[in-house]
Design a protein around this ligand. Structure first.
Ligand SMILES: Nc1ncnc2c1ncn2[C@@H]1O[C@H](COP(=O)(O)OP(=O)(O)OP(=O)(O)O)[C@@H](O)[C@H]1O
Ligand SMILES: [Mg+2]
Length: 1063
């Protein structure tokens, strides 16, 4: 088979195969959509509901669809938006319960993550899990805290916009755990360099330290955060964590001096007593027994005294963790010591007891060395002294906590100045772990602050959710249908409005001159806020409500429910530190703070201001929400207390959230994604839609029988109002699957068999082709080896007579000689190049060379013109006479001889005198007299039989050629010539001495015409010539720089001929 057709054939096979492969690849990909695999990026996902959050996922979403829809019946819905009966709280809770039962603790409401505390390790937080969620689009995979973390991170990176994750829920719902999981996710999955790993470790280690100082065991949570925390994690342009900052809110300082039954003080006290070295404790004056400290066991009425010890807490090992964390964060030993001194001093302060002195004054009755304390606290009643001590302890602890946060912030701050100068390139993710709505039997100022905080966050949530929803509808050109929701701004205003709000009234009452009292404060509230729809007191209420509100209480109707707050002690809390003039405070606190004349801010105002700042921070960021729910009060795994959950669903405003989310459309999906998934349901769109995507979707939904109220088509997305519509479509797809699968299977099998057949056929063709090629190659090699062998042998025998051994070599030599000659023959008659012939061809080569030259010469001669021939003949004569004889000859060779040098200068008279003898050549010459060597200008005319010298119109001398004996010239460059004529001939005037610029030409022409070529004498030094009657003249020639003619001493004519320039 020849090479070319085989190539073409193989190429055709390849073309066929590749086109078929593409089709099959497409079929396989398409098939993959129907095998949901939560790990695969090809796995179906739910939908792209949040435009601002579907970062990087859009491209992939169209390939990956609703795995959740497929699994919806098994484990409820993984997005509450899919709930058909979305207004039913029962359906909502049932969905949570079912999923919780299946250990699915996470569910979405759109982009909001609802998390139910499992109270056990579910093993869903491993590194492998993190990797599964890393870089995967939000809806491609089941709901998880990592999905929210990753989505937020990618949104920050791709949109370069600061993000925040707001975690809320009641105590024990899992907020702190969630925030730690998020931080761990970033620490594990974000890129880090060596330097950054320090920051990463510090970020992680800040948690145990803050938890030790700010967390405590409560009835609701063994590790309850008793402060609000907002933490910024700063990332660089590569997405690596490079710094952080923590803001703390309202530490529950009252816990330092008082804990409810079954609760504990802050962990650090027990950790120090349990885990601290004996030396250290002695130095601090402490004993390893929490029972000894009033602030740690004071209120505990537990007979066994078990409160300090909690089974779920290991204070000893926690102490080690905290000590290590303090080192990682960068605390110096002295700083740690100072911190522990403060902790110890608080414990000592708690143990300080008072008694009444002789004259009724209060004295410290415990440690004698503390007597000074009583002096400094001054003349106070027993209750006042206890309150002052406790206030001092709280303040000291509170300030120490604030200092601790500031110190951690210093260590987390990113210090690279180069980087700081280009801050624009970094981005931030904020984590807000803040107390949820709280309602107790007795709600104090702290509950008020917490609930106020929740009101503010709810406000923010409403604003941002509605805003983003509306933005999307606007962007898609869908008419926005306003959603009715309760705007809690009215409650926020009730609390914080200037002059009229709760906090303003509290400030006023607290700081006015005179004794502030709780009752006067309540009256003031009634005066100012009476009539407000969300404010009730015992006096203002009537009927049933009046019974529910105590006389020392006021009720606020929050968005999440009604809460009665007691005013008892409200003012005392606010003012005891502000008004104290105790000098000890000046050592612990900023002196300016105590001595300043400025009205100090009350705790309520401070809280209000810090909250306003927090809202400002959150507003500047793109928010994500995690709503934590506590399934039971017993901290038990697997128990789902419906009443408790319902309570939280209400307080977290989840139903409201869902209603807002569903008010518009349950689904929105980009056209390409929708079409890609459901195109098989409509013959018009199957297998591929060629036109505009919007038209394709319109065709599809028309075919599916969607009613106009069920959907709307936006610019890039289809919006489906009810989940039912989508489920029906999904069911149709389910029903279509077997047929599609069969088609795919058939195609696949067909493809597989064809591929196999082609493979075999290709293999056969290929082996035949390769065999042929190899055989051909081997043949060529053999032949080549044969020739080389012959050649070598021939070379060895080249000098022998022709014989079989050398005949190939000799032939080759001849052949190559002849071929060289053919390819490079001599180019012209002057080209003497000729290739060297092999010895056997030497003679033939000479013949050839001669023949070649003759040929070329003949051709040359044939081409030559008559004038040129004449010229050449004259030049030949000149060369015969002068070559190698006269110095000026070489210069004359290239100069052409001319017919005459005189042109029209012939004198007519002279012509007439000459009669029939035509002048054949004329030239201007200088004639030298024979005697005096006087130079005279003449013309020398040559006719066919004589030469004449003419002076103007006169014929001066005629020299018959027959009489011309010879012509003499010198061998130098001069132009002298002597025409020798017999002096005895009377007709002739004796020898003539002439000088001419064209002596070679003149002599050649004269010698030719006179046929005296052999009579030209070329003398070296001198020419003798006959003067007259036997007398002789001599011309002496010498070489000199220039031509000179002069008469010599002996009567000789001296001619200096110019020397030729040496070449
Ligand atoms: N995802 C989880 N997996 C396993 N256990 C969890 C999870 N979330 C929370 N818990 C358990 O619940 C306890 C309480 O959680 P956490 O401290 O996070 O609550 P919280 O909402 O921060 O409460 P508080 O407002 O009192 O600080 C944790 O100590 C832990 O035992
Ligand atoms: Mg917490």
């Amino acid at each position: 088979m020849s090479e070319r057709p085989v190539c073409a054939f193989l190429w055709l096979i390849w073309l066929f195969l590749t086109s078929f492969l593409w089709r099959c690849l497409f079929a396989v990909l398409w098939c993959c959509q129907y095998t949901p695999n939560p790990n695969s990026t090809l796995c179906p996902t739910l939908h792209d509901r949040e435009p601002q959050k579907a970062v990087g996922g859009e491209g992939r979403v169209h390939r990956v669809m609703e795995s959740t829809l497929t699994a919806r019946d098994r484990v409820g819905v993984q997005d509450f938006v899919l709930l058909e009966n979305y207004t039913s709280e029962a359906a909502f809770i049932e969905n949570l319960r079912r999923r919780f039962g299946e250990k699915l603790i996470y569910t979405y409401i759109g982009s909001v993550l609802v998390s139910v505390n499992p109270y056990k390790d579910l093993e869903i937080y491993s590194k492998a899990h993190m990797e599964r969620y890393r870089g995967v689009s939000f809806y491609e995979i089941s709901p998880h805290i990592y999905a929210v973390s990753d989505n937020t991170y990618r949104a920050m990176r791709t949109e370069r916009r600061d993000q925040c994750i707001l975690i809320s829920g009641e105590s024990g719902a899992g907020k702190t755990e969630a925030s730690k999981k998020i931080l761990q996710y970033y620490a594990t999955t974000c890129p880090v360099t060596d330097h950054m790993s320090t920051i990463r470790d510090r970020l992680l280690q800040s948690n145990p330290v803050l938890e030790a100082f700010g967390n405590a065991k409560t009835l609701r949570n063994d590790n309850s955060s008793r402060f609000g925390k907002y933490m910024d994690v700063q990332f660089d342009f590569r997405g690596a964590p490079i710094g952080g900052h923590i803001l703390n809110y309202l530490l529950e300082k009252s816990r330092v001096v008082h804990q409810n039954h079954g609760e504990r003080n802050f962990h650090i006290f027990y950790q120090l007593l349990e885990g601290g070295e004996q030396d250290q404790l002695s130095k601090l004056g402490l004993e390893r027994n929490a029972q000894k400290y009033h602030y740690l066991v004071k209120v505990c009425v537990c007979v066994c005294g078990c409160c300090p010890r909690v089974s779920s807490i290991n204070d000893k090992s926690d102490w080690k963790t905290v000590r290590k964390a303090l080192t990682v964060i960068g605390f110096h030993e002295e700083e740690v010591e100072d911190l522990l001194n403060i902790i110890a001093s608080v414990l000592h302060l708690g143990n300080t007891q008072f008694g009444e002195g002789e004259d009724g004054e209060t004295q410290i009755t415990t440690e004698p060395q503390l007597t000074y304390l009583s002096k400094m606290i001054g003349p106070l009643s027993f209750e006042q002294a206890v309150a002052a001590r406790d206030a001092l302890a709280k303040a000291v602890y509170g300030r120490a906590f604030t200092w601790l946060v500031a110190k951690i912030n210093q260590s987390l701050a990113f210090k690279d100045e180069v980087y700081n100068s280009s801050k624009g390139s970094s981005s931030v993710i904020g984590l807000l772990d803040i107390y949820g709505f709280e309602v107790f039997q007795h709600n104090s100022f702290e509950q008020f602050c917490i609930n106020y905080c929740n009101e503010k966050l709810q406000q923010l949530f409403i604003k941002l959710t509605l805003k983003s929803e509306q933005e999307e509808y606007e962007a898609e050109g869908i008419t926005w249908e306003p959603v009715k929701y309760f705007d809690n701004k009215i409650i926020c205003d009730l609390v914080e409005e200037k002059h009229k709000g709760f906090i303003s009234i509290l400030d006023e009452e607290c700081l006015r001159p005179g004794e502030p009292s709780d009752i006067s404060f309540l009256e003031k509230l009634e005066d100012t806020l009476g009539g407000h729809a969300h404010f009730v007191t015992h006096k203002l209420a009537n009927g049933k409500t009046r019974k529910a509100v105590g006389r020392e209480e006021f009720r606020l109707i929050h968005y999440a429910g009604e809460v009665n707050y007691t005013v008892n002690g409200e003012l005392a809390n606010q003012s005891v530190i502000c008004q104290s003039d105790n000098q000890i405070l000046s050592q612990c606190f900023n002196r300016e703070e105590v001595t300043t004349q400025k009205r100090p801010e009350t705790a309520a105002t401070q809280f209000k201001n810090s909250l306003a700042k927090l809202i400002e921070i959150l507003m500047s960021k793109e928010p994500s929400y995690v709503r934590c729910i506590k399934p039971n009060d017993a901290k038990q795994s697997g128990r789902f207390d419906e009443a408790l959950v319902r309570h939280q669903v209400k307080y977290l405003g989840l139903m409201e959230n869902l209603r807002v989310r569903r008010a518009g459309f349950a689904y929105r999906r980009r056209y390409e994604a929708f079409l890609q998934r459901y195109k098989s349901l409509c013959p018009g769109t199957w297998p591929n839609w060629q036109g505009r995507l919007a038209d394709g979707v319109a065709t599809l939904v028309q075919h599916l029988g969607y009613k106009p109220e069920e959907y709307k088509l936006g610019k890039t997305k289809i919006f489906i109002r009810f989940p039912k519509t989508l489920f029906t479509t999904e069911d149709a797809l389910e029903a279509r699957r077997p047929a599609l699968a069969l088609t795919l299977q058939t195609s696949w099998r067909g493809y597989r068999e064809r591929a196999k057949y082609h493979r075999i056929r290709n293999a056969v063709i290929q082996s035949a082709w390769r065999g042929m090629k190899s055989r051909r190659k081997a043949r060529r090699r053999r032949h080549a080896a044969e020739i080389i062998r012959k050649f070598i042998k021939g070379f060895i025998y080249r000098h022998y007579e022709r014989c079989p051994e050398n005949e190939y070599f000799l032939d080759h030599q001849r052949f190559s000689f002849l071929m060289t000659l053919v390819r490079n023959p001599p180019k012209s008659v002057l080209d003497k190049s000729w290739p060297v012939p092999p010895p056997s061809l030497t003679e033939a080569s000479e013949h050839l060379c001669r023949l070649c030259m003759q040929n070329m010469m003949r051709a040359y001669c044939r081409r030559i013109q008559p004038e040129w021939k004449k010229q050449m003949e004259q030049k030949v004569v000149a060369s015969q006479i002068f070559q190698d004889q006269k110095d000026s000859y070489p210069q004359s060779v290239p100069k052409l001889f001319v017919a005459s040098r005189l042109g029209r200068e012939f004198n007519l008279k002279v012509i007439q005198t000459l009669g029939n003898d035509k002048v054949k050549y004329g030239v201007a010459v200088t004639k030298y007299d024979r005697r005096g060597y006087k130079a005279r200008p003449r013309q020398l005319l040559l006719t066919s039989s004589f030469a004449v010298l003419v002076a103007e119109a006169k014929l001066k001398q005629r020299i018959d050629y027959a009489a011309l004996r010879s012509i003499s010239v010198s061998s130098l460059t001069d132009g002298f010539m002597v025409l020798h004529v017999p002096s005895e001939d009377n007709k002739q005037k004796s020898d003539v001495v002439l000088q001419c610029d064209h002596v070679i030409e003149v002599v050649t022409k004269l010698a030719t015409m006179a046929d005296k070529k052999n009579k030209v004498n070329i003398s070296q030094d001198s020419i003798k010539f006959a003067v007259a009657r036997g007398k002789e003249g001599v011309i002496d020639f010498t070489s000199g720089p220039e031509l000179k003619v002069a008469k010599g001493k002996k009567g000789h004519l001296l001619v200096t001929a110019p020397q030729l320039n040496p070449r």
